[in-house]
Design a protein around this ligand. Structure first.
Ligand SMILES: C[S@@+](CC[C@H](N)C(=O)[O-])C[C@H]1O[C@@H](n2cnc3c(N)ncnc32)[C@H](O)[C@@H]1O
Length: 452
């Protein structure tokens, strides 16, 4: 009989989609952090449920050839780089396999060829955005990352996968908050002022945006803070306060106040300039997002007669990349600030053949169907939960020639593809693209074509 705290020897036989090692023993399936297929370990049993268990590596009896032994394991503990212990070629292969497995198991597709994952030359320091919690640790205001599955802050200065200038802004802001004696948020007591620091950096422009998330409107000596920040970082063109007074895990509250400069920063993608405001979504890895969009453009193979729908359009990055090659782009996005950005971005890039609406994709798709709009290509880029059945049915009912599905969650994508296949579409191409190196997250583009 297996028991909690018992030490047992096991072989790691697989990796879960979240990058945990899998072992089997006495009818139990165990999940183990920081353990790779091919490794034999001494495992301490942490928890046992009906037929699954959780374990921790006590000792490695053999090490996988795919292990990256250089990683500071703090990143693994925090979840910042939860796949960083696997070397990069093996990460790319792992992601391809995850896509194949989901398409087979969830969508029931056995004959689909998944292309090799497109990876980065240098898979570090790629993030253009960071949102870090501010808490008190050992009596001092700290910035860092939460220990995996907890809200215990581990102070960190080098975030490994973020652009180093973002790390510098965070550390400098932390130091100034300490000097000005501004109080960090205390989740348990629901006291304190500073909850989070968010920094965005334009990959090409180098422009910086800082968002200070606070529990209350008043920030003591805010002018001094702003002056010190802008003196240290002249490229900090936007400083914004966001007020979140709710006891919630959501980072942003409803209210934004401009503290310095502009409401937006500007960056470039595939040759177009984009204004990005604080609440708008913007892909965190610009270099790889350009590859991703290029795959979508190549899959769509549009011409000047095409009418394209850009659903879940954010600030218009995808639709505006298509616009100059097609007749018209219709976009929909639910965040008003992002829609406002997309309209400004169209104008900024001299693009007039686009219509962006602020609505849910489901409602907009139904409206477009009613209005008789006949798209030839529909591009979808939904959040992790994927599409709704009503969106899928409405989009298939207008019979576009092609549907390009961009996804950050292969499980929901596979579920949605199953329905598209039932509605007369065939998945013909699949391209994973590594937007999130050293983490278990997968980005993938699929091409669905109308069956004759
Ligand atoms: C993965 S992002 C993609 C954004 C954009 N295509 C890009 O590449 O930057 C998903 C977007 O969908 C938006 N969104 C979430 N739910 C939505 C819904 N029900 N209808 C429309 N947009 C939604 C989010 O605000 C976000 O901007």
């Amino acid at each position: 009989m297996l028991e909690k705290n018992q030490i047992v020897e096991v072989d790691i036989i697989d990796l879960t989609h979240e990058g945990q090692g899998v072992a089997k023993l006495d009818g139990f399936v165990f999940f183990v952090d920081n353990a790779l297929p091919g490794e034999r370990i001494k495992m301490k049993i942490l928890k046992l449920k009906k037929n699954i268990g959780f374990g921790k590596v006590e000792e490695w009896l053999s090490i996988s050839a795919d292990r990256n032994q250089d990683l500071d394991l703090t990143y693994l503990r925090t979840g910042i780089a939860d796949l960083g212990h696997l070397n990069y070629p093996a990460q790319l292969a792992f992601k391809k396999k995850q896509v194949e497995t989901s398409l087979r198991k969830i969508a029931g597709l056995t004959d689909i060829t998944v292309a090799d994952t497109i990876g980065m030359d240098s898979p570090f320091a790629y993030r253009n955005k960071a949102a870090v919690p501010v808490r008190r640790v050992n009596g001092q205001l700290e910035t860092g990352f939460f220990r995996k599955n907890s809200h215990d802050l581990i102070p960190i200065e080098d975030f490994y996968i973020q652009h180093p200038e973002i790390d510098q802004v965070i550390a400098f802001t932390r130091d100034q908050l300490r000097k000005l004696d501004l109080k960090p948020y205390d989740e348990k007591e629901q006291t304190g002022l500073i909850r989070n620091i968010i920094v965005r950096r334009g990959h090409y422009s180098g422009q910086l945006m800082l968002v200070l998330v606070t529990t209350r409107p008043k920030i003591f000596r805010v002018e001094t803070l702003v002056e010190r920040l802008t003196t240290a970082f002249p490229n900090l063109v936007s400083i914004i306060q966001n007020i979140n007074d709710q006891n919630t895990n959501a980072i942003l509250g409803q209210e934004f106040r401009l503290l310095h400069g502009s409401e937006t920063i500007v960056d470039t993608m595939l040759g177009n300039e984009f204004e990005i405001s604080a609440p708008s979504f913007y892909q965190v890895n610009t270099e790889m997002a350009e590859h991703l969009y290029q795959v979508a453009i190549d899959f769509a193979a549009v011409d000047s007669e095409d009418i394209v729908i850009d659903a879940y359009s954010g600030i218009g990055t995808i639709g505006l990349s298509f616009a100059k090659q097609v007749k018209h782009v219709y976009g929909v996005e639910v965040i008003p600030e992002a829609v406002a950005d997309s309209l400004k971005n169209a104008e900024r890039n001299g693009i007039s053949n686009v219509t962006y609406v602020c609505d849910s994709a489901e409602a907009a798709m139904q409206n477009w169907v009613k209005e008789g709009i006949q798209p030839t290509v529909i591009v979808v880029d939904p959040p992790r939960k994927g599409l709704t059945d009503s969106f899928i049915k409405a989009s298939a009912s207008v019979q576009p020639d092609k549907l390009v599905y961009i996804s950050c969650n292969v499980a929901t994508m596979a579920r949605d593809i199953k329905l598209y296949e039932e509605l007369g579409y065939k998945l013909t191409k699949v391209q994973p693209t590594d937007l999130f190196p050293n983490t278990h997250h997968i980005e993938v583009v699929g091409l669905l074509e109308k069956r004759n």
